[in-house]
Design a binder for this molecule. Structure first.
Ligand code: CU
Length: 556
C-alpha cells in the first residue's frame, strides 16, 4: 500500500517535471525519459523495459492532457532512484521529489521558473496529504493534523527525506540537503548560501574528476581515502582518514578514491556556492554518457578544432563511459593513486602548507567522563579563516549531556555522526507562529505583546545517525546522549570567526559572573538562592544526564 502511494507520487512529480520541460515537436521528453531508463545501471533488462513503457504511457497521457486541458491524474512514469542500503536510511521520498522538481525548474527563467516552482509545490502538497493519511492509517485525523503541525513547527531538523540524491551509481552516491531557505526563508536567511552534502562510497571505488562552482569544506566522517586536487598548474594528493578536515577551493578539479578494502568512505561537505546564492552544480569533463561530460554539448566543429583531431575519435572517447560517477576499481589502480605520504602534498613534499587537519590532532577543548569536545577554527587550520567556518565534534558519553549553552555569533549546522539521543533548544521565533493555547500564563505585569517581549518555544527532536540539526546563533541549546550509546555530533559553525560559546549552566556559566545586585534584581530573590542553583554544577561542559530521560518530545 505504501509502495502504491510512493509510486503514484513519483508519477505525479515526474509528470510535473516533464510537463514543465520544454515542449518540442517530437516529444524530446519521451526520448530523454527512455534514455534515462536505459542509462540506469542498477536496472536489469526487465526493469529497463518497464521503465521505458512507463515513459511511453506517460507521454500518451501527457498528450491527452494537453488536448483535454489540465487536471488529469498523474501518468505512469517514474525513474526515481530505488533506495540503496546506506549510511542513512531513507524513508519518505516526497521532499526529495520536490527538490528534484524544483531543481529542474532552475534551468528556466523569469515567470516561467516561478510557474514551474509553484507547480512543484502544489503537487508536493497534495501528495503529502495522501502520504500523511496513509502512513497514519487508523489514527484520528485530528492527531494527524497535530503531528503535521508539530512537524511544521520544527524546521530546524532535517531527516533523510530532506536530501536530494545527486550523482550516484551502484557503488555510492552524493546526497545534498535541501536549501535551508526552502525550508524557511525567515529563519535561515543567514545561512542561505551554505549547503550540506554527504558523500558515501563503497570500498575500492573512484569518484570521477569533477569541479564545482562552490567552496567546499570536507570532513571525513569515516573511512580512508585519497583526494586529488588539480589546480591551474599542479596536482596535489592527500590521504584522508576519519576526522580529517580538507578545504577544496571552488573550481578545483577533484577526484577521490576509497582505498580501504572493507570500509565505506563517508564525507560530510559544507558547500558555499560562489555563483548563484544557495545553488551549486558539479561539472564533469572526464566522462561520457554517465556521468555526462560537458564536452559533449559543444558542437563537433568546435571540438574538432579545439582538440585538433577528427570527429569520430572525439565521439568514441566521449561515448564510452556509462558506469556512473562512482566506479569500482582494482587494488592495483588504487595503489597507483595512493602511494604518497599520509597527509602530505605530492609531488611537492610535506612542507609548511599542510592540506588537511585532523580534528583529533589536538587535545579536546573540554573533556571529562561525560564527553569530549574537539574544536577546529582558523587559529588551528588557516584554510578556515576566509570561509568564516569552524568545525566541532562532540562525543557525548551514553546517558550524559552537554551544558546548556549558546554560540555568540555562529549558527551551527550539525550532523549526527553516530549514536542516538535528543536535543532541546529555546527559540523565540517559533512562538509567534504557534497557537495561543501554547502560551503559558504570564505573571502579572509581564506584558506579552506580539513583537514585544519575547517568549520561547521548546524545540526538540530525537537524534539518530544522519539527522541534521540547525542551531542559530544566540539560541540556548542542549544535547543528550541515549542511555545505551554515545552521541557524536559533527557541527559546521557558520560565521565562526570571533564566535564564543557561552554556557548557561556549569562551572563557568554566564549568570555566575553577574554582580550580586544584578542577580537579585534580575531574579527577584536573594543572591544566595540564585547561587544555590547556578553554583551547584561542578562540571564545566559535559554533565551527567537527566536521571530519567523523558522521551515525550514530538517524534519527528
Ligand atoms: Cu529561533
Amino acid at each position: 500500500m505504501v509502495c502504491c502511494t510512493k509510486a503514484s507520487f513519483c508519477l505525479v512529480v515526474f509528470a510535473a517535471v516533464l510537463l514543465v520541460s520544454s515542449f518540442g515537436a517530437e516529444d524530446p521528453e519521451l526520448k530523454e525519459c527512455k534514455h534515462k531508463c536505459r542509462a540506469q545501471q542498477r536496472y536489469g533488462e526487465k526493469q529497463r523495459e518497464a521503465c521505458v513503457s512507463r515513459c511511453e504511457e506517460y507521454s500518451r497521457q501527457k498528450q491527452e492532457r494537453e488536448h483535454g486541458g489540465e487536471g488529469g491524474g498523474g501518468g505512469r512514469g517514474s525513474y526515481g532512484e530505488d533506495d540503496q542500503s546506506s549510511w542513512i536510511n531513507r524513508d519518505i521520498p516526497t521532499t526529495e521529489r520536490l527538490q528534484k522538481c524544483l531543481q529542474d525548474c532552475e534551468t528556466r527563467h523569469g515567470t516561467d521558473q516561478d510557474r514551474c516552482r509553484s507547480r512543484c509545490r502544489r503537487e508536493y502538497e497534495s501528495e503529502r496529504g495522501t502520504y500523511e493519511g496513509d502512513e497514519r492509517q487508523g489514527e484520528m485525523e485530528e492527531e494527524g493534523q497535530e503531528k503535521q503541525q508539530r512537524y511544521e513547527e520544527n524546521p530546524y531538523v532535517f531527516e533523510d527525506h530532506h536530501f536530494v540524491t545527486g550523482p550516484q551509481s551502484q557503488h555510492g552516491r552524493i546526497r545534498i540537503l535541501q536549501k535551508f531557505t526552502d525550508r524557511s526563508k525567515k529563519l535561515f536567511r543567514g545561512i542561505e548560501n551554505y549547503r550540506l552534502a554527504i558523500y558515501e562510497a563503497d570500498p575500492l571505488t573512484f569518484l570521477v574528476p569533477n569541479h564545482w562552482d562552490a567552496e567546499a569544506l570536507v570532513f571525513v566522517v569515516k573511512g580512508k581515502g585519497t583526494v586529488s586536487l588539480v589546480t591551474k598548474d599542479r596536482r596535489e594528493s592527500f590521504n584522508i582518514k576519519e576526522g580529517d578536515i580538507l578545504r577544496i577551493k571552488a573550481g578545483t578539479t577533484a577526484y577521490l578514491i576509497n582505498r580501504d578494502q572493507n570500509e565505506r568512505l563517508v564525507l560530510a561537505k559544507l558547500m558555499q556556492p560562489v555563483s548563484t546564492p544557495g545553488n551549486f552544480e558539479a561539472f564533469y569533463g572526464a566522462g561520457g554518457e554517465n556521468p555526462e561530460s560537458f564536452y559533449r554539448v559543444f558542437s563537433n566543429e568546435i571540438l574538432e578544432a579545439a582538440f585538433n583531431v577528427r570527429r569520430d575519435r572525439i565521439e568514441k572517447l566521449f561515448g564510452q563511459q556509462k558506469q556512473g560517477a562512482i566506479l569500482k576499481v582494482s587494488k592495483e589502480q588504487i595503489q597507483g593513486m595512493s602511494h604518497h605520504e599520509e597527509g602530505g602534498i605530492w609531488p611537492f613534499g610535506g612542507g609548511e602548507s599542510k592540506g588537511t587537519y585532523n580534528i583529533y590532532q589536538e587535545h579536546p577543548t573540554h573533556a571529562n567522563q561525560y564527553g569530549q569536545l574537539y574544536e577546529v577554527d582558523y587559529s588551528r587550520f588557516r584554510s578556515l579563516q576566509d570561509l568564516d567556518v569552524a568545525i566541532t565534534l562532540a562525543n557525548i558519553t551514553r546517558g550524559a549531556m552537554t551544558a546548556l549553552y549558546y554560540n555568540s555569533r555562529a549558527t551551527k549546522i550539525c550532523v549526527v555522526k553516530d549514536g542516538a539521543g535528543y536535543y532541546e533548544m529555546a527559540c523565540p521565533h517559533m512562538m509567534s507562529q504557534s497557537h495561543e493555547s501554547h502560551q503559558r500564563k504570564q505573571p502579572e505585569g509581564s506584558r506579552r505583546e506580539s513583537g514585544g517581549t519575547p517568549s520561547y518555544q521548546k524545540i526538540s527532536s530525537r537524534l539518530k545517525r544522519g539527522t541534521v540539526v540547525v542551531v542559530p546563533a544566540g539560541h540556548p541549546f542542549v544535547a543528550v546522549a541515549a542511555n545505551d550509546q554515545n552521541l557524536q555530533l559533527i557541527c559546521f559553525l557558520v560565521h565562526a570567526n570571533d564566535n564564543e560559546k557561552h554556557t548557561l549552566a556549569g562551572k563557568r556559566n554566564v549568570i555566575n559572573r553577574l554582580e550580586r545586585e544584578a542577580k537579585e534584581l534580575a531574579f527577584g530573590v536573594p543572591e544566595r538562592e540564585v547561587d544555590q542553583v547556578f553554583r551547584s554544577q561542578e562540571e564545566e561542559f559535559f554533565f551527567k544526564g537527566p536521571r530519567q530521560q523523558h522521551w515525550g518530545f514530538s517524534d519527528m
